[in-house]
Design a protein around this ligand. Sequence first.
Ligand SMILES: *Cc1c(COP(=O)(O)O)cnc(C)c1O
Length: 380
Amino acid sequence: MSGSRARGPVIPERIRSLTPYKPGRPIEEVERELGIRGSIKLASNENPLGPSPLALAALTDALAGVHRYPDGGAVVLTEKLAARLGVDPRRIVLGNGSNEVLELACRLFAGPGDEVLFSADAFLVYQLVSIAVGATPVKAPPHGFEHDLDALAERLTPSTRVVFVANPNNPTGTIFRRREWETFLARVPEDVVVVLDEAYFEFVDDELYPDGIAYLDRHPGLVVTRTFSKIHGLAGLRIGYGVTSLEIADAMARLRQPFNVNLLAQVAATAALDDEAHVEASKALVRESRQRWSSAFARLGLDAVPTHANFVLVRTGAGAAVTDALLHRGVIVRPMDAYGFRDHVRITFGTADEDERAIAALEAVLGNATAGGPAAARAR
Ligand SMILES: *Cc1c(COP(=O)(O)O)cnc(C)c1O
């Protein structure tokens, strides 16, 4: 209507059409909705052993101090990480989860008219942060369930500002190896930022897996991100980091909020770094789980993507229906519709007991499928 005005500020179209990130469902929410108890959550790649006991003790000691602002420079944690990684502390950027560092890379380098490149099967957050800054997300086709680094390199244009790669990738659990990575990195122009997301690097056993930190001096735009959310079991506190050039780290430090990493997160992460026993136990558990699930899939005749992380993507058929049926049996997994894997679910490895329960539930659900369960739902 002529002369009429929108009521209130106009939300930009790119934000209105943005599909929000759909996290794994909290146990409490599912149980309230279904009226069940004793559920297990294998949906968000968390550590089933919980947080490090050293981190818990440090948190307890720190609680009475939360009326104070945290150290804005997180000096204690940064120095400790730097020593551990063998890098200059000024090259480390801490974030409210490594997700914040992914976002900072986009805010710093990309805007309207710029392209942000990633594999079509990559972690959804890359798309979200690109759209949030008004840049154009560009997706390269994967090779099966793996990033195709050649296909990514071929899609670099003069407008490409940032490339995201995940190693291992979520939700596929796949990795790329040194040769592929080195060939790719050499093809990326020096003024393009390469974000190498290593959220699951601790779980990888492959000898040819490249350690991103070792490549920092080979490409001036490399940002390697890691997190305390996965192996360290601190997802609820939100803390991760990036390691990059002095220049990029300095720019990110200007852009971030002054107290982006809270006091408890700093304290817990610092203590968790010392907890070798917890890290080793967590790795061992994941190795056992990989075996356990792989045998179960073989027995059930299911195709799973070979995984290098603490979760597995498996083809069950009718992923959403299978997820729902498992939910009713007290097992929370993740449907993969958002990634276009409609026939798959992603299952996070649990403790031995949790795995066994989940395997039994999956077997029951898929057994029912022939009697009108999820397979019938797929036909609807
Ligand atoms: C879990 C995950 C992260 C970590 O996110 P945080 O913000 O550190 O909790 C980053 N990248 C990928 C691919 C992940 O799966």
